[in-house]
Write a protein that binds this ligand. Structure first.
Ligand SMILES: O=C(O)CCC(=O)C(=O)O
Length: 241
C-alpha cells in the first residue's frame, strides 16, 4: 500500500459499527482477544476431526483456501450430511455455544442503535428474531497469506436467514458486491482480526469475495500467527433425511 492509499484506507477512519450497504453490518473488533484465542483452539481440534482441512475443487481446480465444516459437508455440488470423498464421514456437530454466538451476533448487528436501514425492527423485535436464529452449518476457511476467494453467492442453503462471519488473523480485503452480478458496483472493506460481518435481507445473496490478504497484519497477541481464519454460520433450512 502506498503512503497516499494509507491515508484513505478504512484504518484512517474510526472503526465503529456501520451498515456497509443495506443488510450488511460490519462490527469491528466484536470478538475479544480471549474469544479469538478460544476460536483458534477449537479450529485446531476441529481440524483433527473426521474431515480434515482440505481444498475443495471448483471446476477441477483446488481452491486456495483450506476448508473445514461443522454440521454439513460442503463441496462445489452443495451441502451434504456426509462427505463422500472422506469415507462418507459425517462432519462434527455445531456446538451450542456457537449457536449462541450466532444469535448474539445477529441481535447486535441489527440492533437499531447502529442505525442500519434494514431490517427496521425495534430492539425487542430484533431480539425475538435473533433468538430463533439456529445456524446448523459452519464453513471455516483458512487463508494462507497468498490465498483468495473469488466472487460468489452463498446460495446452497434453502433458508434466507443471515450469514454471520467471524475473522481471526491477518486482515482481509473483503469485497461487498451486489446480488445481481459479480462485477461492479462493489465496495472493498477491511476485515481485521476479531471483526464481525453479518449479511442478510436485501444482501443475503450478494456476490462477495476476498481478493487479498494483507500479510503480517494480525495483532501481536493474535493466536493465528500467519494467514487468516474465517468462519461463516448459516441456517440451511434442509433436513438431514
Ligand atoms: O473469508 C471470508 O471473509 C468470506 C468467506 C466466504 O465468502 C464463504 O465462506 O463463502
Amino acid at each position: 500500500m502506498t503512503e497516499t492509499e494509507g491515508l484513505f484506507s478504512d484504518d484512517a477512519f474510526d472503526r465503529e459499527p456501520r451498515e456497509v450497504v443495506p443488510g450488511v453490518m460490519h462490527l469491528p473488533g466484536w470478538l475479544t482477544p480471549r474469544s479469538q484465542s478460544w476460536l483458534a483452539r477449537q479450529w485446531d481440534d476441529w481440524g483433527r476431526g473426521p474431515i480434515p482441512p482440505h481444498s475443495p475443487l471448483i471446476n477441477g481446480h483446488p481452491m486456495s483456501v483450506r476448508l473445514t465444516t461443522l454440521g454439513w459437508h460442503w463441496d462445489s455440488s452443495g451441502l451434504a450430511p456426509r462427505a463422500r470423498h472422506f469415507d462418507d464421514a459425517a462432519p462434527l456437530p455445531v456446538p451450542d455455544w456457537l449457536v449462541r454466538w450466532g444469535r448474539k451476533a445477529v441481535q447486535e448487528a441489527y440492533s437499531p442503535s447502529h442505525g442500519g436501514s434494514w431490517p427496521a425492527l425495534s430492539e425487542k423485535e430484533v431480539a425475538a428474531w435473533a433468538g430463533d436464529y439456529t445456524p446448523d452449518v459452519v464453513l471455516i476457511n483458512y487463508y494462507e497469506p497468498t490465498a483468495r476467494m473469488g466472487m460468489h453467492q452463498d446460495k446452497d442453503e434453502r433458508s434466507s436467514e443471515p450469514v454471520v462471519s467471524f475473522s481471526v488473523g491477518d486482515t482481509a480485503i473483503f469485497r461487498v458486491g451486489n446480488p445481481q452480478t459479480k462485477s461492479k458496483p462493489y465496495r472493498d472493506i477491511r476485515l481485521a482480526s476479531g471483526d464481525l460481518i453479518v449479511f442478510g435481507g436485501p444482501s443475503r445473496y450478494m456476490f462477495h469475495g476476498v481478493p487479498r490478504i494483507l500479510p503480517n497484519t494480525a495483532p501481536a497477541d493474535c493466536p493465528v500467527r500467519s494467514g487468516r481464519f474465517n468462519m461463516t454460520l448459516r441456517m440451511t433450512g434442509w433436513d438431514k433425511q
